[in-house]
Design a protein around this ligand. Structure first.
Ligand code: ATP
Length: 358
């Protein structure tokens, strides 16, 4: 059952700035959806329109099949967790968790039961008597999440809730939020600019850029079937390598090598002869040495980074720069010349003008 639907939703701010264009999405009950994209792409604006904190300029929002554009935030049955934890500094953890319920007039026994149950889910039982200032960043963030999940709502909206935590706390909270989502079964929309957070947490990801959706799909789909250069470059770390070139005699030069498009993609080679094409491959899909059913390339090693589980090797091929990932034991010498292969089925081709995947 579709729980929440956005149809051709637009946001034009009073100053005339068009922040969100024709946003379309249907969310099933229980899904974990992540909006991801660079700063300023319209993620928070979209989330705030769902929450009822911003008007929808054009288009329809429906919750359980009913138009919700005109409903106030409370009537929408959503709970939001913001970037800043916004805890009450003078109230204990218990009172911070209980506050929303007291306002709703829930009786005290019930409040105590709910606070204890949420504190248990979030591992906050020992801290219920403390004030927020006596908690770590991660613990405060858990209280903020707890305040959202303590109310029985249909949908949780989270706007970069981990942005104030250090790298290690973020990784811990990431898995905590995912397991809270599993145990509560709540529909969640989560905003982040971090592709790793998106990939690890989402059932489906919505990639945004300049107010437009670029692609909606599972982490698997976005990684293996990116719709365009932007998504291909945004998902994956280090990002996908791209080489632009005009197809001449069926090939695109890369330094001293030529990627002969005709060999693996004869129809595309014919269509793009004399036109610009973008060839993409992921650093982790390159193989040192020569392999069958692959393009063989030659490059100079500029720099290497040993990361433990693999090494990043920065290469130059004429004017083109690329990165490949190799087994750390195979890390080549700086300044050496190497050969590497990219299997045909790991090559991505994009139109040089539209940058859409072919
Ligand atoms: P970030 O990750 O930096 O929070 P975001 O993707 O969430 O970015 P939004 O906060 O949704 O982006 O902002 C989208 C665009 O709308 C930005 O260019 C921003 O400057 C603009 N914007 C936001 N609020 C207003 C406003 N009240 N009036 C005019 N423009 C606004």
């Amino acid at each position: 059952m579709v729980y929440l639907a956005l149809k051709d939703v637009n946001k034009i701010y009073p100053n005339g700035f068009h922040a969100v264009h024709d946003f379309n999405l249907e969310i099933e009950k229980g899904e974990f959806i992540v909006f991801v994209g660079p700063s300023g792409c319209g993620k928070s604006t979209t989330l705030r329109m769902i929450a009822g904190l911003e008007d929808i300029s054009k288009g329809d929002l429906s919750i359980y099949g009913k138009r919700a554009n005109e409903l106030g935030p409370r009537e929408r049955e959503v709970a939001m967790v913001f970037k800043s934890y916004a805890l009450y500094p003078q109230k204990t953890v218990f009172d911070n968790l209980a506050y929303g319920l007291s306002l709703q007039g829930v009786d005290e026994d019930e409040i105590e039961k709910k606070v204890n149950s949420v504190a248990k889910i979030l591992g906050l039982e020992e801290y219920l008597d403390r004030l927020p200032r006596a908690l770590s960043g991660g613990q405060r963030q858990r209280v903020a999440v707890g305040r959202a999940i303590i109310r029985k709502v249909g949908i949780f909206l989270m706007d970069e809730p981990l942005s104030n935590l250090d790298a290690k706390q973020r990784v811990t909270m990431r898995s905590e939020i995912t397991s809270i989502h599993r145990s509560t079964g709540a529909t969640t929309i989560y905003v982040t600019h971090d592709q790793t957070e998106a990939m690890t947490m989402a059932d489906r990801i919505v990639v945004m850029r300049d107010g437009y959706i670029q692609q909606t799909g599972t982490p698997y789909e976005l990684y293996f079937e990116p719709a365009n250069v932007f998504v291909a470059g945004f998902i994956g770390e280090p990002p996908m390598n791209f080489i632009r070139g005009i197809v001449r005699d069926g090939g695109i030069p890369m330094g001293n090598s030529i990627i002969d498009i005709r060999v693996a993609f004869p129809e595309i080679a014919a269509e793009y002869e004399g036109k610009e094409l973008i060839v993409g491959f992921r650093p982790e899909h390159a193989l040192l040495g020569k392999y069958e059913q692959s393009y063989l390339l030659t490059a100079q090693v500029e720099l290497t980074e040993m990361l433990g589980d693999n090494s990043n090797v920065y290469l130059t091929m004429g004017n083109d720069k690329t990165i490949i990932k190799v087994d750390p034991h195979d890390t080549p010498q700086i300044d050496s010349t190497i050969e590497f292969s990219i299997p045909y089925n790991r090559i991505y081709l994009f139109d040089g003008d539209s940058e859409n995947r072919i």
